[in-house]
Ligand binder design. Structure first.
Ligand SMILES: NC(=O)c1ccc[n+]([C@@H]2O[C@H](COP(=O)([O-])OP(=O)(O)OC[C@H]3O[C@@H](n4cnc5c(N)ncnc54)[C@H](O)[C@@H]3O)[C@@H](O)[C@H]2O)c1
Length: 260
């Protein structure tokens, strides 16, 4: 029996986290929960104003927070600068949440190569670059770490027609998660993925408003889409010390959608 308290197992006091795409939706929900659990959080996003606003809000939890605005996860130089800035200001990085992602539509038969490449660049190359840069910082400290990749149920099943690039990028992310988990295990750095089903966010607002939400909910056994806060809670568990023996896992968080 361990002597760790529940607070130590599920809390993040003294840990430093990076959340990409943290200005909005699921990323904001995750950043809030991590800060509430005691982590110092760097909110990174293309949207500088939004990232700064979320970072200010996190201060309300009594933790140090910062934002890196204008950082593009698909861009090598931008990611290197982002991680260097976080390391400089927070001193170290213990947790990385790769959440930034885009989900445009476009049928296979009419796929624009630039659209395909952009989805792959943000959703798949982005997590790769962020892991590559962050792991250097984690290894230098030698205290392990936790990486969480925000994938999607679309990595396993096409939820809607016309999202082949999105599904392929997230399927790739699941495999990237497993490969990275294997490579980083000797450093006690875990790498896991969550696959949310429908979540009501700024990004899905418009599509959900067009009746998509009701259409989805008909197929969800729990009868409703999820919230960023719910995804935040599951994410908190996967980056907490309580989950330190979980690596290479892909956790579906979809209200039962995939079993229906
Ligand atoms: N909302 C859902 O139903 C749902 C379901 C499954 C998975 N997801 C995944 O969750 C993640 C977040 O989705 P959301 O619905 O909260 O989206 P959202 O559009 O509300 O927020 C995404 C955030 O990422 C930022 N971003 C976009 N491209 C970026 C880039 N290149 N570099 C840095 N930041 C960038 C945006 O500025 C925005 O703040 C995505 O990876 C998405 O694929 C969402």
């Amino acid at each position: 029996m361990s002597n760790e308290t529940l607070q130590e197992l599920f809390g993040l006091a003294g840990l430093r986290a990076v959340v990409t795409g943290g200005a909005s939706g699921i990323g904001k929900g995750i950043a809030r929960r991590l800060a509430e659990a005691g982590a110092e959080v760097a909110v990174c996003d293309l949207n500088a104003e939004g990232a700064a606003a979320v970072a200010r809000e996190l201060g309300g939890f009594g933790v140090r927070s910062m934002s890196v605005g204008g950082s593009d996860v698909s861009d090598e130089t931008s990611v290197a600068a982002m991680i260097a800035e976080v390391r400089e200001e927070l001193g170290a990085i213990d947790i990385l949440v790769n959440n930034a992602g885009i989900y445009p539509t476009g049928p296979v038969a009419e796929m624009d190569v630039a659209d395909w490449d952009r989805v792959m660049a943000v959703n798949l190359r982005g997590p790769l670059l962020c892991m590559r840069e962050t792991v250097k910082v984690m290894r230098a400290k030698g205290k392990g770490g936790a990486i969480l990749n925000v994938s999607s149920i679309d990595s396993m099943h096409p939820s809607f027609v016309g999202m082949s690039h999105y599904g392929a990028s997230k399927g790739g992310l699941n495999m990237l998660t497993r490969s990275a988990a294997l490579e980083f295990a000797p450093d006690q750095i875990t790498v896991n993925a969550i696959c949310p089903g429908g979540v009501e966010t700024e990004g899905t607002q418009e599509a959900f408003g067009d009746g998509l939400k009701e259409q989805l909910e008909l197929r969800i056994p729990l009868g409703r889409v999820s919230t960023p806060d719910e995804i935040g809670g599951v994410s908190l568990f996967l980056v907490s010390p309580a989950a330190r023996y979980i690596t290479g896992a892909t956790l579906v968080v979809d209200g039962g959608y995939l079993i229906s």
